[in-house]
Design a protein around this ligand. Structure first.
Ligand SMILES: [Zn+2]
Length: 958
């Protein structure tokens, strides 16, 4: 495998050395990797480059005096060719609407920052200034201009008046194909309806110079931006009342102004843009948030950052500065009805939520206690006010009906975990309570237990729609104005037929679904429980095993109150059939993927805004699928499989190893990942251990590494001709046997399991050194050994006790005819049958042929263990390869058995007494032969595996 060169890395240009930069790009210099410094992902490199260039621009611009240029980098590059910019009328009364003290405070404070940029003007200015550059780039037909960064790149060149533009490498993006609509679940490909005020999608966001791709949501009151869809806390959040202006530009772009600051957005298509603009427009006139009860500076200990905080309503808002507080631009808004506070020392206090603990410190102990008192007040208030509706609505997604988007829904389906409007509640009721249990938020007091409320606050519409509404075609999504028929039809399709749901990966097997449910409810992952229930996992399992605890009992004993509550409401509920779900045919879509630290950003076209984002921490497998012709790798999550392809090997490797590095949580250096062709998350169990451990395994030629991320440890196992690998496809399991150890590898996905089986065999076969044909162990022997290793190591008197003779003969026959299909039982008596069968098969196979036996007898009589062992090695080499392999596997197995002799009572000596008969038959009465067999078992690693020593005298007995 060729060592990849620089993976599309662009060296960071030194200030004012852009010409060099251009040149160095062309000749693709090797990168210097300083020691262990992690190699940033390809795209991060670009960012670094961008930043430097921005600095350049600014620097040079001030030197040149052409100060107008200096602002250009902060504008979404594509704005440059905006020809028309439409500004929607944003009633100014809104921005100062409430006339409450917040606004008063804000306007009072806003004077200290210099003149605000008037955005539309700036745009015009820019489009003029950059017009030529834009034109130049167009005429050059640069085919692989990627993302929007390119324009910035060009700008900087125009400043230098450099004629030869360096060709932008294809580095930044990679072609990705995946099943259509599986990952995003976006409903906003088309605007839901102009009447709804809720909106969500991925957007490219520019705040000043900073470019980000964020998941944005609008609930009619708050616009929130998150780094991941599943994040619990935002990057930015503001109330629509703080918006002073919104404007629409071409190519999916729009901007939102908050007095002096503004955000620029780019949606991946015009429909999404329209949806946002409509929703924003419709949310005008909302009442501003209440005046803060308390506000002031605080330090956030975990970030070592000064922040500004305010208690507004039932929430604590955290702003990055006082200026942002004045503008109403928050970093996050923490709802107090799920929080508690406690004092941590004189100046400090902690705000504890189910997801995160915020550690603050105030400037003085007096301030600290004032904050503590106010927060406690709010928490008490939030709880006493806690009419169910208020609490449920504290989660933005619950503020609008899960089905039609109507505002302030007052009903809920307690088993489906959705908050819905009155009209939708009617449609839910008509499905019957075996599908949806409808309760009123302001009625039905009794149902609203604390755990149920928490379930809705923490999950509710967000989680439920991710699962049940995963694939809603825009044309089928209803609006609040839908007719009763439309509404009923939609709700039936969504929950009764399950047409839009995201199938759980195990949905194909009822058994695995039920099993997984009992695993999941032991932990806090409510999302997965919802997904399992939606795919038909049964809460009250009618398993054949009466001892098996129900999922509810399991959740209860694990102390998972939320899980228990959710299961209770779903105990007698029917899930839709799976046959009907084959609604969306498997269509593939082709995207452009770009790495961004721990995320993979996708766009539909090379230059367009982000359309979807994959959080790399969700990845469970990465496989290199390249062959001589193509350069491809595959990335799987529990719900998705992406195929990524590049034109050349290095581009592929840079992306693939980056992803591998992220999933292995940086426990491995990027260089060490070269040559790795598979990385997967799996559960592993060694030998007869009962517990599976969750690990990551990586595979390369001749070795497999087991990474335990929590311990940051790695163990490397050598794969060679003596390693055996056996696929148990019904259980997504691989049995991997080394001469002295056995591993049970359990995969979540069938696909990953099969792929690993293939690749393991490849990794093993490629490792034979070719000197000698590696022998193989007969399948029948191999199966018996595996079976006993898994189920028999703890059986007392293993190999000594006899099984039932007729059963054994039957088993021997079956194993001989169809060794792979033979059914082996796992109870103790059956294990003894298997061990009996194994002995019989071995006896018949004459592992040490009769003609060789006298030499062995002589060797056994030699004085000195070292000499004897050396002689055994010599003698072994004269056996047929298959016999060596079988003997080796067997001795390794027996060694494993004797390690458990405290339980099974089978010491090496006891085993030798039994196996000497099998190996040497007529010589078995000789005491030396028993000792030799014992030595073969105890020293099998030395005898069978270590290379032959060439130095020193080798004693031969012939
Ligand atoms: Zn509704």
């Amino acid at each position: 495998m060729s060592v990849p060169g620089p993976p599309d890395v662009i060296p960071v240009p030194k200030p004012r050395a852009k010409y060099l930069f251009g040149k160095s790009l062309a000749q693709q210099p090797s990168i210097e990797r300083n020691g262990d410094a992690p190699l940033p992902p390809p795209d991060v490199q670009i960012n670094t480059q961008m930043k430097t260039q921005e600095t350049d621009i600014q620097h040079e611009a001030s030197v040149d005096g052409s100060s107008h240029q200096s602002t250009s980098a902060s504008v979404p590059p594509d704005l440059l060719d905006v020809k028309s910019s439409e500004t929607l009328v944003w009633p100014s009364s809104i921005s100062i609407s409430s006339g409450l003290s917040v606004e008063a405070l804000r306007s009072a404070d806003s004077d200290d920052s210099p003149a605000a940029s008037d955005s539309p003007k700036t745009h015009q200015h820019l489009s003029k200034g950059q017009h030529n550059v834009q034109k130049a780039s167009k005429t050059d037909k640069l085919t692989d201009v990627q993302w929007a960064n390119e324009e910035i790149h060009l700008q900087s060149e125009s400043l230098q008046k450099m004629p030869d533009r360096p060709k932008k490498p294809r580095a930044a993006t990679i072609r990705v194909s995946r099943k259509k609509q599986t990952l995003s679940g976006q409903k906003s490909d088309q605007t839901r309806s102009e009447f709804t005020v809720s909106q969500s999608s991925w957007l490219d966001v520019w705040k000043g110079r900073k470019h980000m791709v964020l998941w944005a949501t609008l609930d009619g009151n708050l616009m929130s931006m998150w780094k991941k869809r599943t994040d619990k806390f935002t990057e930015y959040v503001f109330h629509v009342a703080s918006v002073t202006n919104i404007s629409k530009q071409e190519h999916g772009r729009f901007s939102i102004h908050l007095q002096k600051k503004h955000f620029e957005f780019m949606a991946h298509n015009a429909a999404v843009q329209d949806g946002w603009l409509h929703s924003l427009y419709d949310s005008r006139g909302r009442e501003a948030i209440a005046a803060p009860k308390k506000h002031g500076p605080l330090s956030m200990k975990d970030r070592r950052k000064k922040v500004y905080s305010a208690i507004c309503g039932h929430s604590l808002w955290i702003y990055s500065s006082k200026e942002d507080f004045n503008l109403g631009l928050g970093m996050m808004c923490v709802s107090m009805n799920i929080a508690s506070v406690k004092s941590t020392g004189r100046y400090g206090f902690s705000l504890i939520t189910p997801y995160r603990t915020f550690n603050f410190s105030a400037d003085s102990s007096k301030e600290a206690s004032a904050w503590l008192e106010s927060l406690n007040d709010v928490i008490r208030n939030a709880l006493s006010y806690s009419e169910v509706a208020l609490r449920l609505w504290s989660s933005p997604c619950n503020k609008v009906c899960a089905d039609c988007g109507a505002a302030n829904p007052e009903w809920a389906s307690v088993n489906l975990l959705v908050v819905i409007c009155e009209a939708c509640a009617g449609a839910h009721r008509s499905m019957g309570s075996s599908r949806s249990k409808v309760r009123g938020l302001k009625l039905d007091d009794k149902v609203w237990t604390e755990p149920l409320i928490q379930l809705f606050v923490l999950h509710g519409n967000k989680t439920a729609n991710n699962v049940w509404g995963h694939n809603i075609p825009p044309t089928e999504q209803i609006s609040p104005l839908a007719s009763p028929d439309q509404r009923a039809e939609f709700i039936l399709a969504k929950y009764h037929k399950g047409l839009y749901r995201k199938a759980h990966p195990l949905a194909a097997s009822q058994k695995l679904l039920d099993q997984r449910l009992r695993e999941v409810v032991c932990g806090p992952a409510v999302e997965e429980t919802v997904s399992l229930l939606c795919s038909g996992a049964k809460v009250s399992c009618s398993s054949s095993d009466p001892e098996l605890k129900s999922a509810i009992a399991v959740a209860e004993s694990a102390g998972q109150a939320l899980q228990t509550e959710l299961l209770r409401h779903n105990e007698f509920v029917e899930a839709p059939d799976f046959e009907q779900t084959r609604h969306s045919e498997e269509q593939m879509e082709e995207l452009h993927g770009k790495l961004d630290e721990e995320r993979f950003l996708f766009s539909q076209e090379n230059q367009s805004a982000a359309y979807d984002v994959l959080d790399l921490t969700e990845v469970v497998s990465v496989f290199d699928c390249s062959d001589g012709e193509t350069h491809q790798f595959e990335v799987s999550t529990l719900t998705d499989r992406l195929t990524c392809s590049a034109d050349e090997r290095n581009a592929l490797l840079s992306h693939m190893t980056h992803i591998m590095k992220v999933v292995l949580a940086d426990t491995v250096k990027q260089d060490d990942l070269l040559g790795v062709f598979a990385v997967s998350k799996l559960s592993i169990r060694e030998g007869a251990a009962l517990q599976f451990a969750e690990v990551w395994c990586s595979l390369q030629e001749g070795e497999m590494s087991v990474h335990t991320l929590q311990l940051r440890s790695r163990e490397t196992l050598i794969l060679n001709a003596q390693t055996r690998c056996y696929l148990q496809s019904s259980e997504n399991c691989i049995l991997l046997e080394f001469p002295d150890r056995t591993f049970h590898m359990q995969f979540e996905l069938e696909h990953s399991c099969r792929r690993w089986h293939e690749l393991l065999q490849k990794a093993m076969s490629s490792s034979t050194d070719g000197q000698q044909r590696a022998g193989s162990v007969p399948t029948s022997v191999h199966r018996c050994i595996s079976h006993i290793t898994l189920h028999g190591l703890m059986v007392e008197g293993l190999y000594r006790r006899c099984g039932i003779a007729p059963q054994i003969s039957k088993l021997v026959d079956t194993l001989r005819v169809s060794p792979k299909e033979a059914v082996l039982q796992t109870d103790e008596l059956s294990v003894l049958d298997v061990s009996g069968a194994l002995k019989q098969i071995l006896r018949q196979s004459e592992l040490i042929p009769q003609t060789h036996r006298p030499h062995w007898q002589n060797a056994a009589a030699l004085p000195g263990e070292k000499v004897r062992l050396q002689t055994y090695r010599e003698l072994l080499k004269q056996l047929p390869p298959d016999n060596i392999a079988t003997l080796s596997a067997l001795c390794a197995h027996l060694n494993n058995v004797q390690k458990h002799s405290q339980t099974n009572r089978m010491t090496a000596h006891n085993l030798a007494v039994i196996f000497v008969v099998i190996f040497f038959q007529e010589l078995a009465m000789n005491i030396n032969m028993v000792q030799m067999t014992r030595e073969l078992i105890l020293n099998h690693t030395h005898i069978f595996r270590s290379p032959v020593e060439t130095d020193g005298a080798i004693v031969t007995v012939f």
